[in-house]
Design a protein. Structure first.
Length: 589
């Protein structure tokens, strides 16, 4: 799916701003053809949760309505007019002038509607009902329960099966854009390290396609006619973290006296697996970085472009070269920034909490081995894999797809559930990047049912925190032993740690490193680093987490998850300086 772009044939209009907003009671249907009564102002894009006070507001379960009007001019109606949401979390039902445009399920990927039929010249009323429930049919998963307390009316509660606050609302930009009636629907472009490339332009309607390729200095290096083709560039400049060269594929569609044009940035680079290592452009590359979150004060998980720039700057400051979009697709703008800045990304679908007996914040008490009989996520899981790859396939920054985080991969039925999904991801990706499923400690080398489905084993471990706490020699010994057992099972696969970390309260110090102190976080990382450096097949280290982040309240969390290397407001803890020392200039042979 193409990102909305202003070109000589396309207009883009921003619908961001302050909209009308109201939380809805169960069964309440707001007006969709007139103003919502008793509405309050709400910023779009943003998570709604932290913009007003009170638990009932912040933890509302169910529907909420967003509304605004906008003007359409006559020239806009002569074109194909599209209304596009970069995301609405987790489900949206969209009405224009009282008529249903459609529904969308899934909170982290874009969707759009052609509105030429429903839009009228002058004022138009846009009403969006967003639903924020997570249950066993959504991704991420959660539990929707009705609780009874003596003397009180039944309470509907929604418990996430995951360890981040369930921020919701219209969290990413909303735009209107136009294209000509005959238009460029999609572009796929693949560039290799030897300079060879292929492209395919998907056109809706009729017309002649012409393409031009511009090098990073905007000099034309290739020209051709036709909707698909291939070629080879001499002296190609490769995309790599130290020099992320970006080329442009400029596509033109001429039909009669109308023309559509669109410019897709891309890179020349190859990702492969050789000798138990991830290789970029034929050489082993060691992934140094983090699991992250889209999370900040006030906006919550809402789009925050300044924070994206700040975070990428901090990644470079600390010597990192990569992160995982734990635990959902990040904004399109962040992906474009990573292309430009040379940050390698493990791109994850929002499949977290797929376990009925376990979550990071405790045991769920579901029946053992019951996950794959209970969840109703399989079709939606296919949809989000399809949509994520359709959105991100051309990004040179994407080096791997993650189809889930910490599912019940040790339970009966896991292989049957995941095999078709990993096959699908490989089929859909024109660049054939590696595919992984990030697994948790219950999925030991002996119990894991999905290791063979993965190209890289990405595992999360918290030895020295959730177990062996305080005993770092013991934790390191257990970690190393487990790596060796995974390696014995899959001797040809690279292994990386996708998460490891220790909750650390900024400013808490102790000469003898004890839990929660900044000194313990450093000692913990040092102990893990020693293990990574001693095993040649370890292909990367992603610390959990880049920054402290908000979670659902839980006695295991002190005002959020404090495993950040930076605080929530992006100040470095001691460990940031340790990692900067370790990572700057570090490349494992
Ligand atoms: C892992 C989860 C991650 C949690 C982390 C933790 O993948 O989402 O935040 O543990 O416990 O299990 O901090």
């Amino acid at each position: 799916m193409l990102y909305p772009q202003l070109t000589d044939s396309r207009m883009v209009f921003d619908l961001n701003g302050v909209w009308d907003f109201k939380l809805l009671d169960e069964g309440q249907c707001p007006a969709v053809d007139g103003p919502v009564q008793d509405a309050i102002p709400m910023a779009v894009p943003s998570a709604y949760n932290d913009l007003y006070e009170g638990r009932a507001f912040k933890e509302h379960v169910g529907d909420m309505v967003y509304q605004r009007s906008f003007s359409v001019s006559a020239p806009m109606l002569e074109k194909r007019l599209v209304l596009r949401f970069s995301s609405a979390t987790h489900q949206a039902t969209v009405y224009l002038n009282g008529k249903l445009l459609g529904k969308h399920k899934g909170g982290f990927l874009p969707f759009e509607f052609e509105i030429g039929q429903q839009a009228r010249r002058g004022e138009n009323l846009l009403t969006v009902i967003v639903n924020n429930i997570v249950d066993y049919s959504t991704l991420p998963c959660g539990r929707l329960v009705t609780e009874k307390y003596p003397g009180l009316a039944p309470m509907v509660r929604n418990y996430p099966n995951f360890d981040y606050f369930n921020y919701t609302g219209i969290m990413r930009p909303v735009k209107l854009y136009t294209t000509p009636r005959n238009y460029i629907r999609d572009i796929t472009v693949v560039g290799h390290m030897d300079g060879s490339f292929s492209y395919k332009v998907d056109v809706q309607g009729e017309g002649e396609v012409a393409v031009e390729m511009l090098d990073p200095d905007k000099k034309c290096v290739f020209k051709a006619q036709g909707a698909s083709g291939e070629g080879k560039i001499e002296n190609v400049r490769l995309w790599a973290p130290e020099n992320p060269a970006l080329y442009d594929l400029v596509v033109r569609l001429a039909s009669g006296d109308e023309q559509d044009s669109y410019t897709e940035p891309f890179g020349f680079r190859d990702i492969s697996i050789q000798n138990c290592r991830i290789c970029l452009n034929g050489k082993p590359v060691y992934l140094k970085g983090f699991g992250k979150h889209e999370d900040s004060y006030v906006n919550g998980r809402g789009f925050n472009e300044a924070l994206n720039v700040k975070d990428v700057g901090l990644l470079k400051w600390i010597g990192a070269n990569s992160f995982r979009t734990s635990h959902y697709p990040y904004s399109e703008e962040m992906m474009r920034l990573c292309d430009r800045e040379g940050i390698m990304v493990i791109d994850e679908v929002p499949a977290v909490g797929l376990h009925t007996a376990f979550t990071a914040t405790g045991m769920l008490g579901g029946e053992p081995n019951g996950t794959w009989r209970t969840l109703q996520t399989a079709q939606h899981h296919r949809d989000v894999i399809n949509d994520l790859i359709a959105r991100d396939k051309n990004h040179p920054c994407v080096v791997m797809w993650s189809v889930a985080n910490e599912p019940a991969s040790e339970e009966e039925g896991a292989r049957e559930y995941f095999e078709p999904l990993t096959v699908l991801a490989r089929q859909q990706d024109p660049q054939h990047r590696p595919v992984t499923i990030v697994t948790y400690e219950g999925s030991s080398p002996e119990k894991c049912k999905v290791a063979e489905l993965c190209d890289v084993l990405v595992i999360n471990r918290y030895r020295g925190w959730y177990d062996t706490e305080g005993n770092l020699p013991g934790a390191a010994a257990k970690l190393k032993d487990e790596f060796e057992r995974f390696h014995a099972r899959c001797p040809e696969k690279p292994i990386m740690l996708g998460e490891y970390g220790a909750d650390t309260i900024a400013g808490m110090h102790d000469a003898t490193p004890t839990l929660f102190s900044e000194e313990y976080q450093v000692a913990y990382l040092e102990a893990y680093s020693e293990v990574f450096d001693s095993l040649p097949y370890i292909t990367g280290e992603h610390v959990w987490n880049f920054a402290d982040f908000a979670t659902a309240e839980n006695i295991r969390r002190v005002q959020g998850n404090k495993k950040g290397i930076f605080t929530r407001d992006r100040r470095p803890k001691m460990a940031a300086h340790y990692l900067k020392g370790r990572w700057t200039g570090f490349e494992k042979e």
